[in-house]
Design a protein around this ligand. Structure first.
Ligand code: AMP
Ligand code: MG
Length: 317
């Protein structure tokens, strides 16, 4: 089916909510059950999401930035923005306790219309966000690898008929996943490395050291960023972004100024850092729809949503 036809079908619930959709939703349910259970067993505290706040992720500077506008509204005489990610809230929470948290967090990102046909972009989606005080990059690699492989095994064991209906021959990746430096991939593939890597790998890979938002830890001496993305094979692409985080007041202030970001939005974060209360932590966010699309083997991430949120298309429901 061509892109245009697919997008039209996804906008019509009677055509879209068929047997395939049911199979995808069952797969999503099993994936979430598996991931949530594992996190709770590991002592993570389940936090419910915030939707509107005076502060959110600036998503800037990020090489993948493609936001048309931020959703801002006035409530009770105050200006608030819709959550683009809960990074700031996560940093505050793990510092003041509980130290290990996860959130199924709805994100609103009004992506440019041309993102409709990437197969990977929605304007409303959900991240499984995790954060742990004093964790290091490698700790977070291991946790996400366990979540991913655990969920895939569960789907393969429990939902063989659904995978067959979708024509999905699901192969479980081996762990630990390989780790590459962004610079070596950029040398090999050029600036479009995220897309090229996703086409050329057979198993998920971690990519580390990606210059981006102020809250990711940057070693100012070596110039290395202690952050990472997980790239999925078969063209599915980036599914996780995460990092060790900045916690020092002067450094955060300097980076905010360098990025030209309004400091007043990050007052609580800065206050905690100034008092030495902002704990080092690490974490990341997994795009739930993108991961489900990969497991189910569907070509557009909107196929995972019963009420698709495709950039540029606003449906009745
Ligand atoms: P980011 O903070 O931009 O790295 O987003 C974290 C994760 O959320 C990404 O790795 C994706 O899996 C997912 N994600 C980001 N933007 C979108 C989008 N527009 N539609 C669907 N998933 C997204
Ligand atoms: Mg990212």
């Amino acid at each position: 089916m061509g892109r245009e036809a697919l997008l039209l079908r996804l906008a019509d619930p009677e055509k879209h909510l068929d047997k395939r959709r049911l199979a995808i939703l069952k797969i999503q349910t099993e994936i979430l059950r598996s991931m949530v259970e594992r996190l709770i067993d590991k002592g993570y505290c389940w936090i419910l999401p915030v939707i509107f706040s005076k502060t959110t992720d600036p998503l800037w500077p990020d090489p993948d930035f493609s936001i048309e506008k931020r959703v801002e509204v006035d409530i009770y005489g105050e200006r608030v923005v819709a959550m683009q990610s809960m990074i700031i809230h996560k940093r505050v929470l793990v510092s003041l306790g509980p130290g290990k948290i996860f959130i199924l967090s709805p994100n609103i990102r009004i992506e440019r219309r041309d993102r409709a046909s990437t197969g990977r972009h929605l304007y409303e989606f959900t991240q499984l966000e995790i954060e742990a005080a004093y964790a290091k990059m490698e700790d977070i690699f291991r946790i996400f690898e366990e979540l991913i492989v655990g969920a895939m095994k569960r789907v393969k064991d429990e939902l063989a008929p659904e995978l067959e209906l979708l024509g999905r021959d699901l192969r479980i990746p081996s762990t630990p996943f390989k780790v590459y430096r962004r610079s070596e991939l950029e040398e090999r593939y050029g600036r479009s490395w995220p897309v090229e890597v996703a086409r050329n790998i057979r198993e998920p890979v971690w990519v580390r050291d990606i210059p981006r938002e102020f809250y990711d830890y940057e070693d100012l001496k070596s110039g290395e960023w202690r952050n990472y993305d997980l790239i999925l094979p078969e063209g599915f692409g980036e599914v996780i972004s995460g990092a060790e985080r900045e916690y020092e007041y002067e450094k955060i202030l300097m980076k905010l100024e360098k990025d030209g970001i309004d400091k007043s939005r990050y007052r609580i974060l800065l206050d905690l850092a100034k008092k030495g209360l902002l704990k080092p932590s690490a974490g990341g966010g997994l795009g739930v729809e993108r991961f489900v699309a990969y497991v189910a083997g569907v070509s557009h991430v909107a196929e995972v949503q019963p009420f698709p949120r495709i950039p540029g298309i606003v449906p009745e429901l």
